[in-house]
Design a protein around this ligand. Structure first.
Ligand SMILES: [Fe+2]
Length: 293
């Protein structure tokens, strides 16, 4: 087992079990690259970003391999939602999760950052690498197009109005799976900070009032506008309003996700109001059923 595979499986333990179930599930998935083939190609590609001298990954590369595994885990979790999705749709969610961040390795190698505003748009570039790198060569063109559209749009502030109808379900599920993974990773980091991880923004015990007010009014905030770590935490509250699936809302609500995040932020009645509003929205959406809204 290569090093990338060990990291990947640590955050996606159900990998083999899921693969077998999907392979046998339906003839309809015939023209879609098998998840195990795609995963093997992804992991070999990621392995190429090892430090050649000590045969290990730098912390940022390691985090992206583990993040990809975690997004696959959530794609499985959401794909199982009350049996609402077909084997074909579940395979599409999983493959889009597998390749959604494949450009992150190149991005860090070339620019030393994961900030798109200082390098390139990683959704667009991941779709390009996925296609040109022939990672999905057995996949029929109509499915490849869905995968590319879902990957391309996964990091955009919202799904554009004129988006191909046939790719909408995969795109919305991928955006939820990615958000759940990032939310989980962020909370784990804030609750147990790792001194070896360098943050891109300063970490004072304050926040930007205007960012909190805009999130409270359901405005979308670009990452480049966030000035400190507390602004980043505030923006995670905005994500609750952008979730597409009842299961995602219920998952965060039951884990008391936002209550835990709020405890790690400064005293402020504005932030208390933001928490109350977010919890009310999660609870309301949780009651709308498990599938897509
Ligand atoms: Fe991403």
């Amino acid at each position: 087992m290569c090093l990338a595979e060990k990291l990947f499986q640590s955050s996606f333990p159900e990998m083999n079990q899921e693969t077998v179930q999907l392979e046998n599930s339906s003839m309809a998935v015939e023209k879609l690259t098998a998840f195990s083939d795609g995963a093997g190609r992804f992991l070999r590609y990621a392995d190429g970003f090892q430090n050649k001298e000590n045969h290990s990954f730098s912390m940022p590369v390691r985090q992206k391999i583990e993040h990809t595994g975690r997004v696959c885990h959530f794609a499985c979790f959401l794909g199982k939602t009350a049996g609402l999705f077909s084997p074909l749709e579940r395979r599409l969610f999983l493959l889009s999760a597998l390749f959604h961040d494949i450009s992150r390795f190149e991005q860090y190698m070339l620019y030393g950052t994961f900030r798109d505003d200082l390098s390139f748009d990683h959704g667009d570039r991941s779709a390009e690498i996925m296609q040109k790198g022939l990672f999905l060569q057995e996949t029929a063109p109509e499915y490849l197009k869905i995968l590319m559209e879902a990957v391309r749009v996964h990091n955009k502030i919202s799904i554009p109005e004129y988006f191909p109808e046939e790719a909408l379900t995969a795109a919305r599920m991928l955006r939820d799976a990615d958000k759940l993974a990032v939310l989980e990773e962020a909370l784990a980091f804030f609750e147990h900070p790792d001194k070896n991880v360098k943050l891109d923004v300063p970490d004072p015990d304050t926040f930007t009032q205007s960012i909190a007010e805009r999130v409270l009014h359901s405005e979308k905030i670009h990452n480049a506008e966030l000035q400190c770590v507390n602004d980043f935490k505030i923006n995670l509250f905005a994500w609750a309003g952008d979730l597409n699936c009842g299961t995602s809302c219920r998952y965060l609500f039951k884990r008391r996700y936002y209550e835990r995040l709020r405890k790690l932020m400064p005293d402020s009645s504005l932030l208390d109001e933001l928490l109350d509003q977010t919890l009310a929205e999660l609870q309301r959406k949780s009651l709308m059923g498990p599938g897509l809204f």
